[in-house]
Design a binder for this molecule. Structure first.
Ligand SMILES: Nc1ccn([C@@H]2O[C@H](COP(=O)(O)OP(=O)(O)OC[C@H](O)CO)[C@@H](O)[C@H]2O)c(=O)n1
Length: 399
């Protein structure tokens, strides 16, 4: 955060502070009166020929050089003595990483034959934390799910989780906010995870929460395995509902298999899940409150929320219900997810950015997949490392 004007920095301590509604509204008004610097440039990465999608790795558009004057150029006074405009400093920054899926086992592969590097993933995580620690690059980090892999021998689940968490604990410059993934639930009971991952909702049973790291920005952490065939006790209503849904939607005896399912119907597999009714009501309330506080919201969920940003077999079962709620409020600027390891990106019909992040687990030795997001008043700038593609996500600050 070197060179960042003092008044734009929120110290770590303040970032961990949960702002009250009154505080937020007051600071929000102050910010509105502020003269924000207009960014020098804003761009979206196009790497695949598909508009607004990111499929390449680590590509970042550079600002265009100003070039020589042409006949079309307006006549202007010589600029010799004008200083260059200063680059705008981010309001805050946060680290992002997903699908570490650590296990102390030999390399393997996914169901589709994609190599998976279970031990190396811990090294990628270590490099991520070191990177974020350098120059205090971030104010906090978000881990988007699946810290350990389902192939981790059961008796090693807890030590494996502890090993991963101890790497995260090396983050010197702020809190790590965790999200539940399916592989976490293959390893440990939900209640134990809720406690280990320090969910603010603990000891309540649910695994969703929100936090306000800066007065004008709120994060909503969704639990995509709220209605799920994994992670709940046998008799739990949400497990029963999930099993019933899978019975209706997926004719395969192995409910992890999408064989025979077409298009978006492929999402009805056991390794996905849905957001339950209570969580939808809670989400609606949180977004309503965020609008009242003039906050911009970043929604994070392990399972992607938009079919344009993911393969259909990694999509949230009731993604449309969640999007309906999100679209009713004019405050969500981006949705971040993991789960679909290759990554993806789309801007939806309401201008919301959906960025699915690239997995750590699939990084061949020596390569990386992590990043940090600089938050500005009118854009989120994801700066990815190596296999994580960078992208600028602009939004309208006036809404
Ligand atoms: N066709 C399939 C696919 C998977 N399985 C089994 O389901 C479990 C979870 O699969 P996995 O690929 O490990 O899940 P991830 O969360 O890492 O990734 C999600 C997808 O990549 C989304 O695109 C595991 O036990 C598999 O063996 C299956 O039986 N049949």
């Amino acid at each position: 955060m070197e060179g960042v004007p003092k008044d734009k920095i929120l110290e770590d301590k303040a970032l961990r502070h949960q702002f009250t509604r009154a505080e937020s509204a007051a600071i929000s008004q102050e910010a509105m009166n502020d003269n924000f610097v207009v960014p020098l440039y804003s761009h979206i990465v196009h790497t695949s020929g598909k508009e607004n999608t990111v499929t390449g790795t680590g590509i970042r558009c550079a600002p265009q050089p100003s070039g020589a004057a042409t006949l079309q150029d307006p006549v202007v006074a010589p600029l010799k003595s004008l200083p260059l405009p200063a680059a705008e400093a981010p309001i805050f920054s946060f680290g992002v990483i997903t699908d570490v899926q650590y296990a102390d086992i030999a390399d393997g592969q996914s169901f589709r034959g994609v190599p998976r590097y279970y031990r190396h993933s811990l090294q990628v995580l270590r490099r991520a934390v070191n990177h974020w620690n350098q120059k205090r690059l971030v104010n906090f980090a978000v881990q988007l799910g699946d810290i350990v892999d389902g192939f981790c021998p059961k008796e090693e689940s807890l030590p494996a989780v502890m090993k991963v968490l101890s790497e995260f604990n090396s983050l010197q410059c702020g809190t790590v906010y965790h999200i539940l993934g399916n592989h976490c639930l293959y390893n440990l009971p939900r209640n134990q995870l809720n406690k280990l991952l320090k969910f603010p909702s603990w000891p309540n049973a649910h695994s969703y929460y929100d936090f306000t790291p800066s007065p004008n920005f709120r994060f909503v952490i969704l639990d995509g395995y709220d209605v799920s065939a994994i992670g709940w006790p046998e008799e739990h209503a949400h497990r029963k509902a999930a099993i019933e849904l899978l019975k209706q939607k997926n004719p395969n005896s192995d409910k992890n298999s999408p064989d025979g399912l077409i298009g978006e119907e492929c999402r009805f597999v056991k390794f996905n899940g849905g957001v339950g009714e209570d969580q939808l009501i809670w989400l609606n309330q949180v977004l309503k409150d965020a609008v009242a506080c003039r906050q911009k919201v970043i929604v994070c969920c392990h399972i992607p929320l938009h079919p344009g940003a993911t393969s259909p077999n990694a999509l949230l079962w009731n993604y449309n219900e969640v999007l309906d709620v999100i679209h009713q409020h004019n405050c969500v600027i981006a949705c971040l997810a993991g789960h679909d390891h290759t990554g993806g990106y789309v801007i939806d019909s309401h201008g919301i950015h959906h960025r699915v992040l690239e997995a750590v687990l699939e990084c061949p030795p020596g390569t990386n997949a992590f990043g940090h997001i600089d938050v500005f008043h009118d854009k989120l700038s994801l700066i990815g490392n190596d296999r994580m593609a960078s992208v600028d996500m602009a939004f309208d600050p006036s809404h």
